[in-house]
Design a protein around this ligand. Structure first.
Ligand code: PLP
Length: 474
């Protein structure tokens, strides 16, 4: 059997990095949105695995021909759909080192550095964003943060902790029981909230969809208060309230402070979903808007893997009371017992999320925080915001277009004044051209285009190129 020798690994590793660097250099020339037909990639591959070993070069050689045409290029400078999924050079190298180390950090004892570097970097990030002290992992406090794969998992995890707290610990032993639990989010809350309720066994019907203000698209807190009071009268137990700081559709920001005040004394867990927008708090000028009221929350999640240059997956969940989370999820089979865990002096991150095994994800975030520094990260966020402000001006200057909601950080949502058909057909023509890629949404029943800036490679020239193509498509 032929494992790669260290020399061969070095050689192929250089070739793989060369391929990535060349891929980036050539991205500008590629259509952003993949244009292959369904099944085309599959049909181009052999139906069965090779019986005899192939050299790694053979795989590298297939990338350009078989893989690249089937890719939508998320690192393309004119990828403006969804939110960015930045994979910066530093993060990639950090991730590579993590793969090379190949450690499982499920408990402190299985690799102390995996746990302790994670503790430090999530705490650094909390400081960088100016998060309230309660979320920091200090010797005197109760809070702490953990890297999860996605915001969806983080929200699910927070919901499990809430269920544990609200059931006085009985949910983990006996399940959700007959109590009527209610979960709240605005009509614009990410679908991962409903999915979390489904996975927790509460059912999608436990999730109340609270109306939003038609202009700001933020939760209408008066409607929320009314719904809450009606639910309590009808025998429901309010369990979990999600406030969105930067909704997916329009970047709307809920009033966390007002939501927290509405549930004061109710006993529900307040979770802040700042998956996309939260990292912009690295810039002090955005903090008041993004973090107002967050000191009243029980948990908050944000994704460095979206806008903050950290290769997917890296989502950070902070909780105010780590012991609730740990008590909700801890389970110790005999083979994981060890003196360090029993001493209580260490953190075992397996108790902080659903899965046991965990990668050294902190390595890539560490690489990003160190090689960009906070100055570099602020500059990156500000670039995205400035470029989006430029798009906003371009929309304002074109009488065929109008903004649908006020620009939120680096997200611009706009439409054709002529209605849904011209809006969507212009967007489809632009996307089909391959020049840029935008996504759509529906706001107050009307279609709109979303242009989310945030890639580390986007320049003003990319906005101009996109705009010129959009003019042709309108
Ligand atoms: N919350 C918001 C506001 C989002 O925009 C998204 C994804 O875009 C998510 C949650 C889900 O993120 P993830 O893919 O990390 O689960």
């Amino acid at each position: 059997m032929a494992h790669m020798s260290p020399e061969e690994f070095r050689k192929q590793g250089h070739a793989a990095i060369d391929w990535i660097a060349d891929y980036w250099t050539g991205l500008d020339e590629l259509p952003v949105l993949s244009q292959v037909a369904p099944g085309a990639v599959r049909r181009s591959l052999p139906a069965s695995p090779p019986e005899t070993a192939e050299p790694f070069d053979a795989l590298l050689a297939d990338l350009d021909e078989l893989v690249v045409p089937g890719l939508t290029h998320w690192q393309h400078p004119r990828f403006f759909a969804y939110f960015p999924a930045n994979s910066s050079p530093a993060a990639i190298l950090g991730d590579l080192v993590s793969s090379g180390i190949g450690a499982q950090g499920m408990i402190w004892a299985t690799s102390p550095a995996v746990t302790e570097i994670e503790q430090v970097v999530v705490d650094w990030l909390a400081q960088a964003l100016g998060l309230p002290e309660q979320f920091r992992l200090t010797d005197y406090g109760r809070g702490g943060g953990v890297i999860q794969d996605t915001a969806s998992t983080a929200t699910f995890t927070a919901l499990l902790a809430a269920l544990h707290a609200a059931s006085d610990g009985t949910a983990r032993e006996s399940g959700v029981g007959a109590r009527k639990w209610a979960v709240y989010g605005s009509s614009q809350a990410h679908s991962s909230l409903v999915k979390a309720a489904m996975m927790a066994g509460l059912g999608a019907e436990s999730v109340r969809s609270v109306e939003v203000d038609p202009v700001t698209q933020a939760m209408d807190v008066t409607s929320f208060e009314r719904l809450l009071a009606d639910d309590i009268d009808d025998g429901w137990t309010p369990l979990f309230v999600q406030a969105a700081v930067g909704t997916t559709s329009t970047g709307a920001i809920d009033d966390v402070q007002a939501i927290a005040e509405a549930i004061d004394g109710v006993g529900a867990w307040l979770h802040v979903d700042a998956a996309w927008a939260g990292v912009a708090a690295v810039c002090p000028e955005h903090r008041d808007r993004l973090l107002s009221g967050v000191h009243l929350a029980d948990s908050i999640v944000t994704n460095p893997h979206k806008w903050l240059l950290t290769t997917f997956d890296c989502s950070v969940l902070w909780v105010r009371d780590r012991s609730t989370l740990i008590d909700a999820l801890t389970i110790t089979p005999e083979y994981l017992r060890n003196p360090a865990s029993e001493s209580g002096a260490v953190v075992d991150y397996r108790d902080w999320h659903p899965q046991l095994g965990r990668r050294f994800r902190a390595m890539k975030l560490w690489a990003v925080l160190r090689t960009y520094g906070l100055e570099g990260l602020r500059a990156h966020i500000r670039d995205g915001v400035d470029l989006a402000a430029y798009v906003e001006e371009l929309v304002a200057d074109d009488e065929r277009l109008e903004l649908v909601t006020a620009r939120s950080l680096s997200l611009v949502v706009f439409r054709h004044v002529g209605g849904d058909e011209p809006t969507l057909s212009a967007m489809h023509r632009l996307n089909a051209s391959g020049v840029a890629y935008l996504s759509h949404t529906v706001v107050e029943g009307r279609a709109a285009m979303r242009l989310a800036v945030g890639s580390w490679r986007t320049t003003r020239a990319d906005i101009d190129t996109t705009w010129a193509e959009l003019q042709r498509a309108l």
